[in-house]
Design a binder for this molecule. Structure first.
Ligand code: NDP
Length: 335
């Protein structure tokens, strides 16, 4: 059996990742670490996990643990990943990898040094809908991409209205969602923005942490993207529109954790009329697929859906956006 240790008794582990690990043949969650011993024990009991570790060292010293899944608050990922790598454990780490670029790069280097896999849990790379959109782009059906519009403003469920809404622990919508959007667009366009600008609203400025942000990103290829993210927009759906010279791809309800959403190809015919074709999507569980790719990489077969380097790059974009929020200027993204 290949054992996993959970570093962090988190909601994402409860809701998605324990099941995703157990969906891999021969894989089991054998230990969990919480900063609170009683919470750790309760979490272990609730999820039938054999062992609640007393400390990170306790979890990492467990010979049954071959890989760790890190889903603590964002400021903790760095130290925990470094220690896991030094203990020879493969690391599937939540986004953002860290709070600064050097830390994220050190995580990549340390995992490389110890011969363990590092992956970033950018789950949207595993979306069948976005994979279909990528195939469409590669086929040339919409021609050269001109613009992208990203609608990623959501409402936080009550149980997640905790550290994300404070400036401690790496909170704020940029570290939470901008990293995903930068990665998703890199996956679709094979490119990262070269410059970004961003504004947040007055309430966020007063609170000192952003819970809404609107951005414009420029790409060297000429693409310009408009990206809207937030935590307090309850009556909307996520989506993405990719506008090309010969057509537009419209993804609706597709920047989510669930294997759902609709993808439409919209084009004008020779008479100037808009035609809309809904594309078939072979939906699949995003977290199971991401974990499958990670397990393959652990077995020396292929690379994770999003590598550690991908996590460094998505963080670089997010931190450039943070800088733009501060400076209220256009910031260059230096990858
Ligand atoms: P949570 O708030 O659920 O978990 C973070 C930490 O908070 C846990 O490790 C835990 O600490 C503590 N905690 C959680 N629930 C409780 C509770 N009921 N009472 C007391 N403490 C609690 O955060 P998320 O699961 O939303 O996020 C964790 C990480 O995963 C973040 O890095 C986030 O960015 C990422 N994430 C990624 C997603 C993706 O799709 N890729 C989706 C959601 C989150 P302890 O372990 O010490 O008990």
């Amino acid at each position: 059996i290949t054992g996993w240790g959970l570093i962090g008794a988190s909601n994402i582990a409860s809701s998605y990742m324990i099941d995703a690990i157990r969906a891999q043949e021969g894989h089991e969650v054998v230990s969990v670490l919480s900063s609170d011993a009683l919470r750790g024990q309760a979490f272990a009991a609730e999820h039938s996990i054999e062992h609640a570790a007393e400390s990170l060292a306790d979890l990492l010293n467990n010979p049954q643990v071959h890989a760790v899944y890190i889903s603590t608050t964002n400021e903790l990922h760095f130290k925990q990943a470094i220690q896991a790598a030094q203990a020879g454990k493969h690391v599937l780490c939540e986004k953002p990898l860290a709070l600064d670029i050097q830390q994220a790069k050190d995580m990549v280097a340390e995992c490389e040094k110890h011969g363990v896999v590092l992956a970033t849990n950018h789950h949207l790379r595993n979306s069948a809908l976005l994979a279909t959109a990528k195939s469409c782009l590669q086929s040339g059906i919409i021609g050269k991409v001109q613009n992208v519009r990203v609608f990623h403003a959501v409402a936080l469920p009550a149980k997640l209205k905790t550290w994300r809404l404070t400036s401690n622990n790496g909170g704020g919508v940029v570290l939470d969602i901008t990293v995903h959007d930068a990665d998703t667009l890199a996956y679709l366009l094979d490119e990262y923005p070269s410059e970004v600008t961003a504004l947040t609203d007055q309430a966020s400025r007063a609170a000192g942490v952003e819970d809404a942000v609107m951005m414009i990103w420029n790409y060297n290829s000429g693409i310009m993207a408009q990206v809207h993210e937030g935590f307090k927009t309850g009556h909307s759906q996520t989506g993405i529109e990719i506008l090309g010279e010969k057509g537009t791809l419209i993804g609706t309800n597709c920047l989510t954790q669930e294997p759902i959403g609709e993808l439409v190809l919209q084009q004008r015919n020779d008479d100037g009329e808009l035609t809309r074709k809904t594309l078939d999507i072979p939906h699949r569980n995003l977290y199971i697929e991401g974990t499958r790719r990670f397990v393959e990489a652990m077995n020396g077969e292929g690379t994770p859906a999003a590598t550690g380097e991908d996590g460094v790059r998505s963080l670089t974009v997010a931190l450039s956006v943070k800088q733009a929020l501060e400076s209220r200027c256009v910031e260059r993204v230096i990858l």
